[in-house]
Write a protein that binds this ligand. Structure first.
Ligand code: TXA
Ligand code: MG
Length: 339
């Protein structure tokens, strides 16, 4: 298959909408990461998404809508919690899990009786739903297991020949995937941290929001992932990544002791000058939003530069930094050196 890469504009979005209505899949920007979109009502289209990604069939997709009226087509009902969250954070990088509606293709939910829904703020994603009249299912547009794409070129690197069209809307603003919260049970549970934080969610809901254990810990043998996506090794570049937790001085000394051919640092702005090996930076130490913005591109750059072994500076674990830590921890296969 020939893959077209077009700048996102009214004309190319209309083309993407037509393809989607015909049962095709297309790659598009969102404010978080690029996604592969297919009609959420079309099981055959959703199967194409899984095939293009090489994604395990038991990992459900997020459904994207442009309005609450459209959301009503995919959930059982919009609950009071959903209303509060939509009012506070939509359009924006938050996905909420609710009991699913009957019209959705079963493939979207991978057999679960719930669905994750979000209303993206990115104008291209928004317009695609408007023009097609279809809510779309969209996972991140990477091959399963590799870092999520935050530019159209990164999508092309993974998806060339696997889908007919990629819309280029420039670099994604947020850089990590949406926050995922389950509001279908007795208590809200944060399943995947993102730009919208646990504290912001608790404030908007006026109740406690629990953190799923899988966010910062490897699931134990036999433990059930509340969000199926949590159980896979994820976001991993080809290089072996190890997180090194400690002060910058301790980190620099550790790298000095381990420097060798193919060793790279994944560090913060301003630090490469003091390190003895090639470096790729992701944001600055006290700016977790900048870290989130840069992380996936930095992981891909390490591969492009031929890194074999990467020592990564450790992000914080509060607020937006928890999202960064969560992704980096998976990229590192949970390898953390404590200094
Ligand atoms: O920012 C995003 O959310 C991006 C863009 C494209 O919108 N999409 C994205 O999709 O990150 P994906 O498929 O890479 O991640 C979806 C996550 C997975 O961890 C999946 O297991 C979880 O959401 N998920 C989806 N539906 C669920 C459900 N019904 N119950 C529990 N977890 C669910
Ligand atoms: Mg993904």
């Amino acid at each position: 298959m020939n893959t077209l890469l077009l700048p996102a504009n009214e004309e190319s979005i209309a083309q993407a909408a037509r393809l989607m209505a015909q049962g095709e899949i297309v790659a598009i920007p969102t404010e978080t990461v690029y996604g592969i979109a297919g009609s959420a009502f079309d099981g055959a289209a959703v199967k194409k998404i899984f095939e293009a990604k090489g994604r395990p069939q038991d990992n459900p997709l997020i459904v994207h809508v442009d309005s609450l009226a459209r959301m009503e087509q995919v959930v059982q009902k919009i609950t009071p919690r959903a209303e509060k969250l939509a009012k506070a954070f939509w359009p924006g990088p938050l996905s909420m899990i609710l009991p699913r509606g009957p019209r959705l293709a079963d493939e979207v939910c991978a057999g679960l009786d719930t669905v994750a829904v979000r209303m993206p703020s990115d104008p291209v994603a928004h317009r695609l739903v408007e023009l097609s009249g279809l809510p779309f299912a969209a996972p991140s547009a990477n091959r399963s297991g590799s870092p999520s794409p935050t530019t159209a070129q990164d999508v092309l690197a993974d998806m060339d020949g696997r889908l007919p069209l990629i819309l280029d809307g420039g670099a994604c603003k947020v850089g990590v995937e949406s926050t995922v919260i389950n509001i279908s049970g007795p208590q809200p549970v944060l399943l995947r941290p993102g730009y919208i934080t646990q504290q912001q969610l608790a404030e908007a809901l006026g109740e406690e929001v629990l953190l799923a254990g899988a966010i910062t810990h490897k699931l134990k043998e036999g433990e059930i992932a509340r969000s199926p996506g949590m159980k896979y090794k994820h976001y991993a570049p080809k290089a072996n990544v190890v997180i090194v937790r400690g002060s910058f001085e301790q980190y620099a000394a550790y790298v000095e002791a381990h420097k060798a051919e193919g060793v790279f640092c994944l560090c913060f702005a301003g630090e490469p000058e003091s390190l003895p090996v090639p470096c790729v930076t992701y944001g600055s130490e006290n700016d977790p939003a900048a870290q989130a913005h840069d992380l996936f591109r930095a992981l891909r750059e390490l591969d492009e530069e031929g890194a074999k072994q990467v020592y990564a500076r450790c992000p914080g674990q509060e607020g937006v930094a928890l999202a960064v830590y969560n992704r980096l921890l998976r990229a590192a296969g949970f390898q953390v050196v404590e200094l």
